[in-house]
Design a protein around this ligand. Structure first.
Ligand SMILES: N[C@@H](CCC(=O)N[C@@H](CS)C(=O)NCC(=O)O)C(=O)O
Length: 223
């Protein structure tokens, strides 16, 4: 049965599911909605009014981490480590990535430099913890690409856009392992197909529309 993913073009949580589907070569449909003006059928479908929602036949799944776990389970081989403790740790760090995404959005929403700095400090503190978890790479667990790696790609992509507007979140001096991990992940061919092609422009427009500290620093004419 072909799954159907309900999406919003800018949503990093949806992108986690798309990356998992693409990496596993699963055929799927995707439908984009306008979250500012969500259609009635979507509000009926989504218990929290959020994307992603995955429809499998008549059934509905919500929450991105639950969706990627389901997709991993029904499309073997699993992208998780087999050891139960390692697998659970990977899941913990996937949740940690979701929290980092909230800080990334906080950067976009910050009204002024002080608010931006507060968010950036909170984010860098989390990235310090992540740095401590990383080994020699190239992936989170070492040689094998895992679900946890795919789940960090949306964060790294958005941090890149935020860092372009105001350098801060991506600090190779402070987080050398993390930056090497990030660079390797962003080169995966699946990344370009995991969003609409105009994602960078859309993200920059969104930052401008929010009109916060980052938005004011963006010149849409460049790059
Ligand atoms: N914890 C959720 C977060 C999903 C989420 O926040 N999605 C945003 C779009 S990126 C959304 O649907 N926001 C609409 C709303 O909260 O009303 C997940 O992991 O799926």
């Amino acid at each position: 049965m072909k799954p159907r993913l309900i999406s919003f073009k800018l949503c990093p949580f949806v992108q986690k599911a798309v990356l998992t589907l693409l990496h596993k070569g699963v055929d799927f449909d995707i439908e984009y909605i306008d979250l500012e003006n969500p259609p009635g059928w979507f509000l009926e479908l989504s218990p929290l009014g959020r994307v992603p929602v995955l429809q499998v036949g008549d059934e509905v799944l919500f929450e991105s981490s639950v969706i990627v776990e389901y997709l991993d389970e029904v499309n073997p081989p699993s992208l998780h480590p087999t050891d139960p403790l390692k697998k659970a740790q990977n899941r913990s760090w996937i949740e940690f990535g979701n929290e980092c995404l909230m800080n990334a959005f906080g950067l976009v929403m910050a009204d002024d430099e002080a608010a931006w700095r507060e968010q950036n400090d909170a984010l860098l503190g989390k990235l310090d913890r992540l740095e401590q978890q990383l080994g020699d790479g190239p992936y989170f667990n070492g040689d094998a690409l895992a679900l946890v790696d795919l789940c960090y790609i949306p964060l790294f992509q958005r941090l890149q856009y935020c860092d372009e507007a105001c350098p801060g979140p991506l600090d190779a001096h402070r987080h050398p392992k993390l930056q090497a991990w990030r660079a390797g992940l962003m080169e995966l061919p699946v990344v370009a197909r995991s969003t609409v092609p105009e994602i960078r422009d859309l993200y920059r427009r969104m930052m401008q529309m929010k009109g916060g500290y980052l938005g004011q620093r963006i010149d849409l004419g460049e790059g």
